[in-house]
Design a protein around this ligand. Structure first.
Ligand SMILES: [Ca+2]
Ligand SMILES: [Ca+2]
Length: 164
């Protein structure tokens, strides 16, 4: 009777493991990764250097990725429970396999050519002079249009200037 008993125990833990694996893959999708966060501009954080606040993303899949409507945000929520430190990619945003995308707080004209490094400009006016990535540490999230989490990136202040 010992063998069937442990077999039952084993299958129960396999089920638990499978359930955990399933929930992990539903929230973390490796197709798009945060490869770098510039969270602390050099010197005082002013409107002039808000362009240094930037998030770098990479399509780590082997295929083109349509990220239209996908959102990048941090942990901050306003009184209405909305993520307002956020950027949503416009319709028609695609990233080639291995392609890079930079989202910066500055104003500018989006560079949307999928065959080069793409740049998207938030023209962020909130936060401290348009700086929204906490210098002391924060988490950057990427979500699909339906709210499914694609990936997240946790950083701490590391005594460096601004690159993480
Ligand atoms: Ca910052
Ligand atoms: Ca600074």
């Amino acid at each position: 009777m010992r063998i069937p008993k442990s077999a039952t125990l084993l299958s129960a833990s396999v089920v638990a493991l499978a359930a955990f694996g399933l929930s992990a893959s539903a929230t973390v999708d490796p197709d798009l990764s945060v490869t770098r966060v510039n969270y602390n501009a050099v010197g005082a954080d002013t409107t002039a250097n808000r362009w240094q606040e930037a998030i770098y993303l990479k399509n780590t899949s082997g295929a083109e990725l349509d990220i239209s409507g996908w959102k990048v945000h941090d942990t901050y929520r306003n009184a209405e429970d909305e993520y307002t430190n956020a950027y949503t990619f416009p319709a028609g945003t695609t990233v080639k396999a291995g392609g890079l995308v930079v989202v910066t707080s500055a104003a500018g004209v989006n560079k949307t050519d999928p065959n080069a490094t793409q740049a998207y400009y938030m023209d962020f006016k909130k936060g401290l002079n348009g700086h929204w990535l906490n210098n002391g540490g924060d988490t950057v999230f990427v979500e699909k249009a339906n709210g499914d989490q694609v990936t997240k990136f946790v950083y701490d202040f590391d005594n460096g200037y601004y690159v993480r």
